[in-house]
Ligand binder design. Structure first.
Ligand SMILES: [Ca+2]
Length: 101
């Protein structure tokens, strides 16, 4: 199992069998980068830490959950859109909603 690659139904690479099972079975909250089922500032902070090349636990899960445009990369634009959503402003992505498998 260690050398297998896992992908979401949308084709995004997934970091582990555990995350694969979670995504396929339950989906996930778009933007909930720390996986605590809440969208808040710590989710933005985790994206900023990844962008700053800081040591982040479960970085691939952070990228999966925070990559709003689903293009496989995480950048400051993703963090900004989550901040906009938290401020009640428009975003073009369904941040804070469950992404279904
Ligand atoms: Ca969260």
């Amino acid at each position: 199992m260690d050398n297998q690659a896992f992908f979401s139904p949308q084709g995004a690479a997934l970091p582990s069998l555990t995350v694969f099972k979670e995504v396929v079975r339950d989906g996930f909250l778009l933007g909930d980068t720390d996986s605590d089922s809440t969208l808040d500032i710590p989710d933005v902070t985790l994206i900023q830490r990844v962008c700053a090349y800081a040591d982040v636990k479960d970085e691939q899960a952070v990228i999966l959950r925070g990559d709003l445009s689903r293009d496989g990369s995480l950048d400051v634009i993703d963090a900004t859109y989550i901040q906009r959503r938290l401020a009640g402003m428009y975003t073009p992505y369904p941040i804070g909603t469950i992404i279904a498998p």
